[in-house]
Design a protein around this ligand. Sequence first.
Ligand code: URA
Length: 243
Amino acid sequence: MVNEERLQKVIAAAGVASRRHAEVLIQTGHVQVNGQVVTTLGTKVTSKDEVMVDGVPLGKEPLKHLLFYKPRGVITAVSDPKHRRVVTDFFEDETVRLYPVGRLDYDTSGLLLMTNDGEFANMLMHPSFGIDKKYVAKVQGIPTRLDLLPLKQGLTLDGKRLAPAKYNILSSDKKKQTAIVELTIHQGINHQVKNMFKAVGFPVIKLAREQYGALTLQGLQSGDYRPLKPAEIADLKALAQKG
Ligand code: URA
């Protein structure tokens, strides 16, 4: 018996797009099965069917894993109805369709992984995968270590108990009444860092993600990217499997 799979799952597993984006590709007529355009989500295919996206057979696109230094003022999305800058604008020279692994806010800069490897992205975005992510925040006010203790003890936000975070106060500006604080978390809830600082009374003015596991932005300027090294990809996969 030949295994049947849903078309969007097959497209995502081939690294062409995320599951969500694969659904959009199907619905907008970019996908052909055995030479026929298919727009119905959930169409079942087997390995005997020939699936093409924009005329390119599945499995012919190379897998890419890129480390991107996202600038502030860019949306973590593949398109924006309001035509604001999106992260994929930085990859127009790439021959494969890339999409972000997780998200950074519009006004947050820093390390963002981009890939066309659906399996890799799903692994890293799975809630059970808690890699350490280090952020540097400029906050309003000058906290003491004691003020920030709730971050370490595990806050409850919107009824959700957060895992304990690590923090380090790097500097403060008495005149401007601001401080620079490093925060390391391993969850990935929307606006988590901003909401955590707000909850302890020190709202974030500026935020950057400086580290993702062992990966840093070293050697990159804002807007630049580099391919991950095979060992870096292998390390992330090994961590995800452990998680
Ligand atoms: N936490 C936030 O609040 N914003 C980000 O962009 C990332 C983490």
